[in-house]
Design a protein around this ligand. Structure first.
Ligand code: PRP
Ligand code: URA
Length: 205
């Protein structure tokens, strides 16, 4: 498994606002989209391309277009915040959804919904802004590999070392892009310093 942490002043600035408890839902949604666009540009840097001839208003020129279908798999609910940005950026993209919810007492995640497009021979971007114990991401990434995916990336905004360790131990070929590797989990399995409950802040619940 390889872990890439965005080390970018703009990402740091966006994170400072996402973490701020005074940031309301509308701004929080905007900031989530902004940091997602930074993550997706990094995680697609090595996508295969093929030549294409384009006629500009002045002459014909050789350009390159993407030569692979990308699939986004959103871990619902909070992962929904990252989908639209990726769909806007990538022309041929398929989208899957897996609903996961952590038990409020035990923090154990269970799946309540799953709808996936074909995953074989495609770049699969699993998206969830929060990686805490790793329980939700582990189950989803397992399902994705079980469906035949081999080229799997996990895009995340805030990660805890505990969750990273779980994914590292289970998935040797997984590639993670995150905007921040935070310090630790608290006794309720929330990330510190973190930003609180992402889904609640996103949807004002
Ligand atoms: C949050 C978050 C992740 C999960 C991370 O979801 O969006 O999916 O917790 O925690 P873990 O690494 O310990 O599994 P939550 O269960 O709160 O559901 P929500 O997205 O509907 O708010
Ligand atoms: N899920 C969140 O939304 N926040 C955390 O800190 C941990 C899990």
């Amino acid at each position: 498994m390889s872990l890439h942490v965005l080390n970018h002043p703009v990402a740091g600035h966006i994170l400072s606002l996402l973490r701020d408890e005074n940031t309301g839902s509308a701004q929080f949604r905007n900031l989530s989209r902004q940091v997602t666009s930074l993550l997706v540009m990094e995680a697609t840097r090595d996508l295969p391309t093929e030549p294409v001839e384009i006629k500009t208003p002045l002459e014909t020129t050789q350009c390159r277009k993407l030569a692979v279908t990308v699939v986004v798999v959103a871990i619902v609910r909070a992962g929904m915040s990252m989908v639209d940005t990726i769909v806007d950026l990538l022309p041929s993209v398929a989208v899957g959804f897996i609903g996961m919810e952590r038990d409020e007492e035990t923090a154990e995640a269970h799946s309540y919904y799953c709808k996936l497009p074909p995953l074989k021979n495609r770049r699969v971007l699993v998206v969830d802004p929060m990686l805490a114990t790793g329980g939700s991401a582990e189950q989803v990434i397992r399902m994705v590999y079980d469906q035949g995916a081999t080229d799997v990336y996990f895009l995340n905004i805030v990660a805890a070392p505990e969750g990273v360790k779980v994914l590292r131990d289970k998935f040797p070929n997984l590639i993670i892009y995150t905007a921040s590797l935070d310090r630790e989990l608290n006794d309720k399995k929330y990330i510190l310093p973190g930003l609180g409950d992402f889904g609640d802040r996103l949807y004002g619940t």
